[in-house]
Every structure is written in structure tokens, then in C-alpha cells.
Write a protein that binds this ligand. Structure first.
Ligand code: NDP
Length: 451
């Protein structure tokens, strides 16, 4: 008989938490999980899933235009946001139900309430009840960060977008990362007049050539992009928002969305009182095993601010559960993690940018940019873009950057080869699949740059 109520108490029912809870329960642990909002967390409820459905929704006008070039007769009519949102909500309810069922079927006890850490082995529920656990896993994720300025209370964040009553006519999006660029393309596709303001270049941390291609196509699609702007005041006048920034005349928008990064949600979680070490951004400091300085307390996912991606949180949660409860120790390898930015055009990326790779030594850079068959036939001028960054000495492919339709799907496949340490010669030894866009990955013969 254990001295604790549970072997594991998980705080947070997002991607990392539910995976850890289910795997630990599968290994025979007695597990409880507390979630204060909805099961599924950011990814399912207010992130990847609803966002991707909105990406699909926003793609139909362009698809219809292409269809006409292929001989189809028809027009896209008016977009019914309310009808879409109702369906989206039903889908999220369904998914939340599946997440809940996955937990209960595995034997995890769910507490639908906020929980905080009350000690190395204690968790306090919202009603004041204290539960004890041999291990505690904190997987509470992150939240949008909005800088502090006059009128910042008027802005929306990505949490609010799915709940809008109506779509705005003119929208300002502030930021230049994943979320800002994705929502700019979504809203533009849905017929909203979109402007982006960012303090620096868009997609700054990504490969320069790739991001130039994306930015150019976003602009061609009608998105207005202004860099080097920091807003110092937003005035609300009725239903419109007046923007004040240096070098800017009074500009007016119907909605302002801030997508200026996300920060760990550690406020008021009782971590400092329990002695858990936090970093400068409030992130929980963990070692490779996701263990904090308090041996019984672990943390996975965005709350640790390692790589803020769903599949990373899932693997961290899985590794933790296998290690602590399954007698199968392993750690998440945070290198060569591929990701996709669901802009239009889509962007898939894995490994180093050209600049990062060059900082480590001489590289060979292979680039292919061309109009793909499907959209070229329809008269669309937008090219697709493929780039491989190869280490000159070892010939290992250190970076791959793809811009174009289904780039996210393609980069997942390339990531397997890259994770295995494939060389350019091994890419080239693979016979092409024809006619595809992806065949460029194995047919790029001469480097465009070598130094
Ligand atoms: P990002 O970190 O991607 O981008 C933040 C942007 O905000 C940058 O352009 C940054 O500018 C700007 N910024 C940061 N601080 C300020 C400030 N104080 N004032 C003005 N501008 C500021 O954050 P996101 O919010 O877009 O996304 C958060 C995370 O969520 C991402 O890092 C990603 O890991 C994850 N995510 C992943 C998705 C996917 O996989 N498809 C989709 C959505 C989110 P600068 O470049 O100058 O620093």
C-alpha cells in the first residue's frame, strides 16, 4: 500500500500532460490529472487544430479560382463565419470527448478544476482538497504574451480568434512569427483586409531565402506588411481602434491581434513556494529527463520553454512516463525537430538555416525554385522553393527548407532522412517520383553557393 494517494499527479490536460498520464497508467501507475479549462489544451482547443481547420476554410477562394482555370464553372459565394464556427465548436467538443475518453479508459482519474503545487508531494485542488502523489508532473503549457503599453487591454490574442462574433473588415496583426503569419494568411483568405506590423523582419528566426519567398507571396496575395514598427498606444473609439506609433499617421482598424510570442503559465502555481527553480521567463527549469531541482516534480511541454511545439511536448511526456514508471529510460532528443508554418504558401523546415550552418563551417547550398505544374497551368505566378544546406566537409544535409503546397507533409518525410544523418549523395541516390514537386529534393545537381 503506497503512502501516497497517487503514484502520479499531472497538472494540465494538454498534449504533454495527457500523453504522460495515459502512458504512466498503462505502466500500472495510479494516476490523476487536473485540468482547469478543457481537455486537449492549447493544441486541440485554441491552437493547432482549430487553426488548421481555418487554414482549410481560407483556402477555398484560391482553389475555386484555380478550378475555373481548369475549366470548372463556378464562384465561391459569401463565407459564413457563424456556420463555420458552429461546426468548428462541434468538432472541438468531439475531440475533447475523445481526449477525455482516452484518459478514463486508461484508468486516469480526471479532476475538472485548477490544481496547484502545495509541496514536493502535494497538490492542492481548487476546492482546497490536498492530494498526495509520489511524483508530480507540471504540464500547464503557455499563454500569449502581450507587451505592456497604453491600450494593450483592447487587443485580441490567438485565444480569442475562434470566438469572434463576426469577422472584422480591417484587421491589424502585430508580430512576425508563426501565429502572426498564419493568421494573416487565414484572415486574408477569408476576405479580411489584413495589415501586419512587426518590430523586425517577418519569420526572423527562419532561413532568409525561404522567408523572402513567403513574404513576397503574402504581399502578392494582398497582405500589407510593415516592419520596424512598435505601437505605443491604441485608442478605442466605439468599435474601431486607432493606432499610434512613431512614423505612423492615425490608422484605424476593426480588430487588433497581438501574436508577439507565448510565455510559460507558471503564475500562482505554487512552484516557488515548493522550491522549484524557475527561469527568467517564468519557465520551469528541467534537466534532460524533464526533472526539476525538486526530485519528485517534473515538467514537460511549453511550461519548460524548450521547443514550443505539440509533438515535442508529447514526446517529453512519453519519455518521462516510460522512464519513471515503465523501467524504459529515454530522453527526448531536441535536435533536428522539423516544423511547419501554415502560411499560404506553406513552409516546412528542418535543421539549420543557411546562416546557422555557415557559422559552423563551409557549406554547399542547393536551391530549386520553379512554378509547379498545377498552379502554373492555372496562370499562378507563385513559385515553390526547395533549399538544402549541406555541410561541405561531411556532405551531411544540415538544413532543408521548403515553401509551397503541402510543404508540411514533405518536410516530415525529409526529416526522417535528416535525423538518420543522410548525405547529399544519399538523397541523390534516391530515385525521383515523377511528376511531383518533391522530386527536386533528390535532383538538385549543382550548388548555387559554396563557401
Ligand atoms: P514567435 O516566437 O514565433 O514570434 C513572436 C513574434 O513577436 C516575433 O516576430 C517577435 O519579433 C515579435 N515580438 C516578440 N516580442 C515582442 C514585443 N515585445 N514587441 C513587439 N514584437 C514582439 O511567437 P508566436 O506567438 O507566433 O508563436 C509562439 C510559439 O507557438 C512559436 O514559437 C511556435 O513554437 C508555436 N507555434 C507553432 C505553430 C506551428 O507549429 N505551426 C503555430 C503557432 C504557434 P522578433 O522577431 O523581432 O523577435
Amino acid at each position: 500500500m503506497s503512502a501516497f494517494d497517487y503514484d502520479l499527479f499531472v497538472i494540465g490536460g494538454g498534449s504533454g500532460g495527457v500523453r504522460a498520464a495515459r502512458i504512466a497508467a498503462g505502466h500500472g501507475a495510479k494516476v490523476a490529472l487536473a485540468e482547469e479549462y478543457r481537455m486537449g489544451g492549447t493544441c486541440v482547443i485554441r491552437g493547432c487544430v482549430p487553426k488548421k481547420l481555418m487554414v482549410y476554410a481560407s483556402g477555398f477562394p484560391a482553389a475555386m479560382e484555380e478550378a475555373r482555370a481548369y475549366g470548372w464553372d463556378g464562384e465561391v459565394g459569401r463565407f459564413d463565419w457563424t456556420a463555420f464556427r458552429t461546426r468548428l465548436e462541434a468538432e472541438l467538443d468531439r475531440l475533447e470527448g475523445l481526449y477525455r475518453k482516452g484518459q478514463t479508459s486508461a484508468g486516469v482519474e480526471i479532476h475538472d478544476c485548477r490544481a496547484t503545487v502545495a509541496g514536493p508531494h502535494e497538490v492542492k485542488l481548487a476546492d482546497g482538497t490536498v492530494k498526495s502523489a509520489k511524483h508530480i508532473l507540471v504540464a500547464v503549457g503557455g499563454k500569449p504574451f502581450v507587451p505592456d503599453f497604453e491600450g494593450c487591454e483592447h487587443v485580441l490574442t490567438s485565444n480569442d480568434i475562434f470566438h469572434l462574433e463576426t469577422l472584422p473588415k480591417r484587421m491589424l496583426i502585430v508580430g512576425g512569427g508563426y501565429i502572426a503569419c498564419e493568421f494573416a494568411c487565414i484572415m486574408n483568405g477569408l476576405g479580411v483586409d489584413v495589415t501586419i506590423f512587426n518590430r523586425s523582419e517577418l519569420l526572423r528566426s527562419f532561413d532568409t531565402d525561404a522567408r523572402d519567398v513567403i513574404v513576397e507571396q503574402m504581399q502578392r496575395a494582398g497582405i500589407k506588411i510593415r516592419t520596424g514598427i512598435v505601437i505605443d498606444k491604441i485608442d478605442r473609439q466605439g468599435d474601431s481602434y486607432h493606432i499610434h506609433a512613431s512614423d505612423l499617421r492615425d490608422e484605424v482598424y476593426d480588430k487588433v491581434l497581438y501574436a508577439t510570442g507565448r510565455v510559460p503559465t507558471t503564475d500562482g502555481l505554487g512552484l516557488e513556494a515548493a522550491g522549484v527553480k524557475l527561469g527568467l521567463r517564468g519557465e520551469i527549469e528541467v534537466d534532460d529527463w524533464s526533472q526539476t531541482n525538486i526530485p519528485s516534480i517534473y515538467a514537460v511541454g511549453d511550461v519548460t520553454d524548450r521547443i514550443q511545439l505539440t509533438p515535442v511536448a508529447i514526446r517529453e511526456g512519453n519519455a518521462f512516463a516510460d522512464t519513471v514508471f515503465g523501467n524504459k529510460p529515454w530522453t527526448m532528443d531536441h535536435t533536428m525537430v522539423a516544423s511547419a508554418v501554415f502560411t499560404q504558401p506553406e513552409f516546412g523546415t528542418c535543421g539549420q538555416t543557411e546562416d546557422e550552418a555557415r557559422a559552423e563551417g563551409p557549406v554547399e547550398v542547393y536551391v530549386s525554385s520553379f512554378k509547379p505544374m498545377k498552379s502554373a497551368f492555372a496562370g499562378n505566378p507563385d513559385p515553390v522553393f526547395f533549399k538544402l544546406v549541406v555541410d561541405k566537409a561531411t556532405q551531411i544535409v544540415k538544413g532543408c527548407h521548403i515553401v509551397g503546397p503541402d510543404a508540411g507533409e514533405m518536410i516530415q518525410m525529409v526529416a526522417i532522412a535528416m535525423k538518420m544523418g543522410a548525405t547529399k549523395a544519399q538523397f541523390d541516390a534516391t530515385c525521383a517520383v515523377h511528376p511531383t514537386m518533391a522530386e527536386e529534393l533528390v535532383t538538385m545537381k549543382a550548388p548555387v553557393r559554396t563557401e
